[in-house]
Design a protein around this ligand. Structure first.
Ligand code: ADP
Ligand code: MG
Length: 234
């Protein structure tokens, strides 16, 4: 059965896009038919993380009704399908996140797993994916501010009846607070831990997800563990 996941946190820069790109790629490498969608309508950068050049139609064109989602689907690494956004300011002004519902429904018919990357904040381009996803994956660093903002996203999800699977802790290193602090600030379980890893920056530089570029890295291992936790198999 097809599953839709929203990858969310009200805090920017915590690793939502990196997580969407790497989780999508690693699930695709494991043989799933996966599509990733750039639901961050204001600051779409998922395509860049995957080395996809959206030189034609984008999700923004689909949302305004000027094209089909099939025409805005590109081939990413390792057989992953990618629906990128447009970086043009005018495109942001004319696209409405509320139109996402039928777009995701169509993608669900054609793929096993749909991952929606979302923007920071609590506006419609976060709210709508939270509402239409089967499951919500929160992403946060272990800084107090990030955990507090992520908790707000969890509360919003809770209020609208979303199924929160847990939080992916990113950029974790020894100087970060321990699990007790995370548990104190965020009312959900930790589903995976992705360590701080220079391999992520290098991968971004070459526009290749770290799970494909440096599969032996500690970050790649974290993303593989996340995929296993979600699908229940190694
Ligand atoms: P968001 O989508 O939440 O705004 P991004 O995925 O764009 O966050 O990540 C923000 C920055 O953090 C990027 O420059 C990314 O390369 C870096 N980053 C994310 N995860 C890690 C990690 N595990 N180790 C090192 N850098 C990371
Ligand atoms: Mg992002």
């Amino acid at each position: 059965m097809s599953r839709v996941y929203a990858i969310a946190s009200a805090k920017g820069g915590v690793g939502k896009t990196t997580t969407t790109a790497n989780l999508g790629t690693v699930l695709s490498m494991a043989g799933h038919d996966v599509v990733v969608v750039d639901g961050d309508l204001g600051m779409p950068n998922l395509a860049g993380a995957l080395g996809v050049d959206p030189d034609g139609e984008t999700l923004h064109d689909v949302l305004t009704g000027s094209t089909t989602v099939e025409s805005a689907t590109y081939e990413g690494p390792e057989g992953l399908s990618v629906v990128p956004g447009s970086t043009a300011l005018e495109a942001f002004a004319s696209a409405n996140a509320k139109e996402l519902h039928p777009v995701i429904e169509t993608l669900q018919e054609n793929h096993d797993i749909v991952l929606i990357d979302t923007g920071a904040g609590l506006s419609d381009d976060t709210f709508v994916p939270l509402k239409l996803a089967d499951e919500v994956l929160l992403v946060s660093t272990t800084e107090r501010e990030a955990l507090g903002d992520t908790e707000k996203t969890r509360q919003l999800g809770d209020r609208i009846g979303a199924d929160i699977v847990g939080v992916v802790l990113t950029r974790v290193n020894q100087s970060n607070p321990n699990a007790d602090v995370v548990a104190e600030l965020l009312d959900t379980g930790v589903i995976a831990v992705v360590p701080e890893d220079a391999a992520i920056r290098e991968a971004l530089h070459t526009q290749t997800p770290v799970v494909a570029r440096s599969p032996e890295s500690i970050a790649a291992a974290g993303y593989r563990a996340l995929a296993e936790a979600l699908t229940g198999k190694p």
